[in-house]
Design a protein around this ligand. Sequence first.
Ligand code: SF4
Length: 888
Amino acid sequence: MASRLGYPDLSGLDLLELFAFIHPARFCVPTPKGLAHALELPEPRADDAVPVFLQQAASVLLSRCANTGWPEREGAWSSLQSLARLRWPWAQVLVPHIAKPERAEKWLFSRLPEWEEAAERPQPGLVLMEENEIDAQLERLTGTGAERREGQRNFARDAARVFAPRPARGSPHMLLAQAGTGIGKTLGYLAPASLWSEKAQGTVWVSTFTKNLQRQLRRESARAWPVSRADGSRPVVVRKGRENYLCLLNLEDALQGGFGGRAAVLAQLVARWAAYSQDGDMIGGDLPGWLGTLFRSRAIRSLTDQRGECIYAGCPHYRKCFIEHASRASAKADLVIANHALVMIHAARAGFGSRDHAQRPTRIIFDEGHHVFDAADSTFAAALTGREAIELRRWILGPERGSRGRRRGLAARLADVSSYDEEGGKAIAAACETAAALPSENWLQRLAENQPAGSIEMLLAGVRALTYARDESGGQEAGYGLETEAAQLDGDFVELAQAACVALAEIRRPLIRLGVRLEKLIEQPPDWLDAQGRARIEGARHSLAWRIDTLAAWEALTSRLGGPADPGFVDWLAVDRSEAREYDVGLHRRYLDPMKPFAQAVLEPAHGVMLTSATLCGHAAEGPAWDEAIVRSGALHLPAAPILSSAASPFDYATRARVLIVTDVQKGDLAGLAAAYARIIEASGGGVLGLFTAIRRLRAVHGRIADRLARAGLPLYAQHVDPIDTGTLVDIFRDDPAASLLGTDALRDGVDVPGRSLRCVVLEQVPWPKPGILHRARRAAHGGKAYDDQIIRARLSQAFGRLIRSQDDSGHFIVLSAAFPSRFLSAFPIGTEVTRVTLDEALQLLVSGVCDGEARSAVRTQAPDVRAGTGADAIGSGDEGSAVKGCS
Ligand code: SF4
């Protein structure tokens, strides 16, 4: 609210801060109703009951501190003393309620458990799984009383095929499984996965794209595995990128003066959470997503290990480190729940260190498999940009003068190596000298003033000038990012690129030498190198290998400029901007087909891989259209053909859902678009998920209608407007059937809201792909318009998939498009009624509800299902309007 009213930080008694202190690591939707649920109090019945409720909630929270059974008491008194020194407003209120403990409380860092080194898991056994065993396992997981679902059983049997011993090296069993929404695919694959892991004593990786599915998987896996084994180890582990976890060293630094003002209060609340967190996951784990928002700072991020500066065994908290806990636990786990990017990075980097090799995923289930292509596209990309380059500089040289924090450069991190090993010391010194060529502080400003320093900044200045000169995307006026092809470059530019290439090679060389010296140290360890020191050197070697690889990719990128184009890649220059403000400049390179490196790094070394999703492939008249799924899965690059499996959704879309194509909201009419959204939300009484293809339009629509809707008791939330993370926005939306939510891509298939809270999905227009340089190249390589159509159909199916999440759901899917091409209608499940109507007619249908058979048949009479008709795009709306009005 403060943010919408344009207030600066509010200082006061915020109940959510109190909640975070008293119940750290507990879930709470950050609304009065959500607080009522979390505290098991009756919900306030209307807005005017909220002020009284908030006071009641505060007194309940305070009374819990006095309760002897308060489960989160440990550490509260000590934390409160620090918070009182920081003048946290609640401290004075809390002091009388929290008694000083009789014995001194342990400091957070001594309370956390330590991980133990364990022997490597032997390779999995070769086992056979009979169909009746798989059926029995599925029945055990679904519960004996669960209705027997044929589709799910067949799906489970197909999934089991990826666990058979592979026939040849480089030729894993590969399954593409289209699984209609509602068939129960999670338990469908967890059944054979759990059976295999039990029999073979091996690890299965399940990879998802969204955090939401990770949470769901964690819940559902409890049916197959206990929380912990007899020896205390965990059979199921969630793994994310290290930048998601709290770095205890960063937290210690923040608690000891690294953070000031409100950020210091946040650090104390994070420390409270860390003591009770399940796994230290700050982004999408059990740290409330709203906590960072309350403090309006980027402090949360700086408590994670964002820049790969971990000093491993050199860190005093190494044995308690959450990241190390997760990494070790996953080596022994039966099930590792991860995300696509992490699985790919793991597989690609498996050769860099023995520990990673042992952790290479070999049986992988990619759920939300339709995202694998995009994840591979970003994972195997190269970008030499100012931001990336300055990060490398800081990693080598340490922070620039005047910056706070504990960050140290290579020389400080490996001081013992340089004092022991002369060659190693020289390599470090040379790396530091050559890294001075990388961009330094204020590089963006120097570029803007045409005063670049050093050969890399000079190249970036050239990129910037050329991009501004050539871009014709219309982004210059609109304030968007700009880009231009890396082609037809003149001699001056090529010279800049070559100079940068030489400078990059000069940085890479000493790093390679250093890597060799570190390897030697590990192979022939000196007496002083204990197990911890060895682990630290292993860690340094590991992070060195990434940087060497990155530098090699940058060199390849710069050396190519001016030469003949490599048809396997797409290269371009870009200036990244947000609302006309530049934030990055650089060169980009993507594989034309990112599934090539994906197949090489992930598929070939694996033994069994499954890709599954409700929208893995489109529908053709004769059944699933597999061709595109085979191309986008990487299966094309394997010697054997993939196994194909498809299970139709059990949902009755014909009676539970209706697609309305609204024909009288004109493209470009922002006022008309906003009015249409407002009227739809009013007619539906909330429960609307509005999807946009441009943030600017989303903001404009929100700005015009939020106030009007709020007055009608219909709260409207929006991504890119409300300063709340997306997961929390979805939690708020899920919790309030009167609320509506606007968003962009992330919400198109990252939202799972069954029940009444989501009863209408509205698309502002046909979701055309962004016509960038990369898209143009892929479009040209893959059949032009057909390629675009494929993308649009997939986006429509994903968006439609948000609507019906359970057997009892029903609702409308509305596209505001005057000219919605009929060829996209196959995106919707077979049997779904599709009708073209005016906005007025759509509103009346919304009011009458999807299951109103009378309205349905009246619409059918006057406005035939456009899927059935040929050339039905041009159906008029006047007659249908009266028919619809009549039936309502
Ligand atoms: S081991 Fe690394 S990530 Fe873990 S707490 Fe220490 S510095 Fe942070």
